[in-house]
Design a protein around this ligand. Structure first.
Ligand code: ZN
Length: 189
């Protein structure tokens, strides 16, 4: 790996510093599997609530039967008309019921995750964690990670040397701070 001009905060040398995103993919000088696992790209969160997804799909599936039964409301035969009206109201109620239930289940899942201190909660927040990960550097000699000055935001100073077993926790914490500070963009003067 060619030398860089980003010095390590622990040994002050630039000889063995490399972006984390480069180090984990480096086939010429592969990382120790344990180190690689500690530095790995943060996993995209699974759907927060698979149950709510099923309910939303069920709500959407009521659309076609709704169109079919609603077509009979204008029928000349009063029996067909009455049946169509009742069936339309029934299918409409079913669809709304599934949608409301899906929303409640999703809200409950978000609330549970928030109560457990879970973060990221949204896809945008996960994208932010991924961007922060891309800004991280590694010193192969000291086996520490760090964020160079201004690599995250113009007003964020260089980080100290971060111990690798805590790297993923650091990612979450730093991403939370950036999220609170208004994202990665420069603060407007
Ligand atoms: Zn170092």
């Amino acid at each position: 790996m060619s030398p860089t001009n980003i010095p390590c905060p622990a040994c002050a040398s630039c000889d063995r510093t490399v972006p984390v995103s480069v180090a984990v993919l480096d086939r010429d000088a592969p990382l120790d599997p344990a180190v690689r696992a500690q530095l790995d790209v943060p996993r995209e969160p699974k759907s927060l609530s698979p149950g709510s997804t099923v309910l939303f799909v069920l709500a959407g599936l009521q659309l076609l039967p709704l169109l079919m039964v609603a077509g009979g409301i204008g029928d000349a035969d009063p029996t067909v008309r009455n049946f169509s009206l009742i069936a339309t109201l029934f299918v409409l109620g079913l669809g709304i019921g599934f949608a409301v239930a899906g929303r409640l289940v999703l809200n409950a899942a978000r609330e549970r995750r928030r109560a457990q201190g879970g973060w990221p909660l949204s896809y945008e927040q996960w994208t932010l964690v991924h961007k922060v990960w891309r800004a991280a550097w590694l010193c192969r000699d000291c086996r520490v990670a760090f964020f160079p000055a201004w690599s995250l935001r113009p007003d964020f100073p260089a980080s100290p040397a971060l111990q690798l077993p805590h790297f993923q926790d650091w990612l979450t914490e730093i991403s939370k701070q950036i999220d609170l500070a208004g994202g990665l963009a420069a603060p407007t003067p």
